[in-house]
Design a protein around this ligand. Structure first.
Ligand code: KIV
Length: 312
């Protein structure tokens, strides 16, 4: 363990404790290190982040992949689904996350409509995520039917993550957010999707909302790392939504969500306590106020006294 100290912006000297053994600097996660982790059977961790503060917290917690998911349409922007979020909105959030991430692999979701018009459009939009926002990988939803398009984006030197199973951008085609791959026919289609994307060279493959057994088969079949969400424990890694694990979503959680904290209660309590302190004149205290120097205060008194004398 290494203990050091750092001077923070506010001026206080604070102790920080790092979990990295001395002499072993933390390594930057790359597409290659994800493959390495799969080969070594080391679980890959992925969490979404949508702004600077959450990105810093996630990165500093040693998460491997930070995903600027288009789920920010709901979690950050209050849209009902992911369909309305635009490239410009996604870029805005990805830029903020970029400033907070040092070691994790930064992945940005290509939103609905940004790759559906064809490969030229997909490459143009994907390049914006790399050039303007500093993303290292872009994620595109869809299986076999997207393999050629994904190849074109990769040919433009842009790593792509695949995403199959329950793909939220297809909500209207699927007729709701339903677990996919439950029949033999669907399993066969998912296997074809996974193999096609693996051959296209995806950096990793998100498996969302599919039975554990199917995710395990895909994970064993493909060379690319699989990252599951609602796909059971046999994937090479797991991804969850930041707001889900912290109870910040205002809707009942899906079956696969595990809550690791209650930020909602924490924030509500803090905001209520602040309000009560203001109303009851408990905040701010004298110690939280700035003061004039004694000399200036005396000089001010003299000026005010003179003014009062002139008015009399
Ligand atoms: O948008 C998102 O958050 C995702 C996930 C895989 C969680 O795509």
């Amino acid at each position: 363990m290494h203990t050091g100290s750092i001077r923070q912006g506010g001026g206080a000297l604070e102790d920080i404790v790092s979990l990295i053994p001395v002499g072993e600097p933390r390594r930057k996660i790359t597409v290659a290190s994800l493959r390495e982790k799969k080969l070594q059977h080391q679980p890959i961790t992925c969490l979404t982040a949508y702004d600077y503060a959450s990105a810093r917290l996630v990165d500093e917690a040693f998460i491997d992949i930070v995903l600027v998911g288009d789920s920010l349409a709901m979690t950050m922007l209050g849209y009902p689904d992911t369909l309305s979020v635009t490239v410009d909105e996604m870029l805005h959030h990805t830029k903020a996350v970029r400033r907070g991430v040092k070691h994790a692999l930064l992945v940005a979701d290509m939103p609905y409509g940004s790759y559906h018009l064809g490969a030229d459009d997909a490459v143009r939009n994907a390049a914006r995520f790399m050039k303007e926002a500093g993303a290292e990988v872009v994620k595109i939803e869809g299986g076999e039917k997207r393999a050629d398009l994904i190849r074109r984006v990769i040919d433009a030197e842009i790593p792509v993550a695949g995403h199959i199973g329950l793909t939220p951008q297809s909500v209207n085609v699927m007729g709701g957010y339903k677990v996919q791959g439950k029949s033999l026919e669907e399993i066969e289609r998912l296997m074809r999707d996974a193999v096609a994307l693996d051959r296209a060279g995806v950096a990793f493959l998100v498996l969302e909302g599919i039975p554990r057994e199917v995710a395990a088969m895909i994970t064993a079949e493909v060379a690319t790392p699989t990252i599951g969400i609602g796909a059971g424990p046999d994937c090479d890694g797991q991804v969850l939504v930041f707001h889900d694990i912290l109870n910040l979503t205002f809707v009942p959680p899906a079956k696969f969500v595990r809550r690791y904290g209650d930020a909602s209660a924490l924030v509500k309590d803090a905001v209520q306590a602040y309000r009560e302190d203001v109303i009851s004149h408990q905040y701010p205290a004298d110690s939280e106020s700035y003061h004039l120097s004694k000399e200036t205060q005396q000089a001010l008194e003299t000026v005010l006294e003179r003014k009062r004398g002139m008015r009399r």
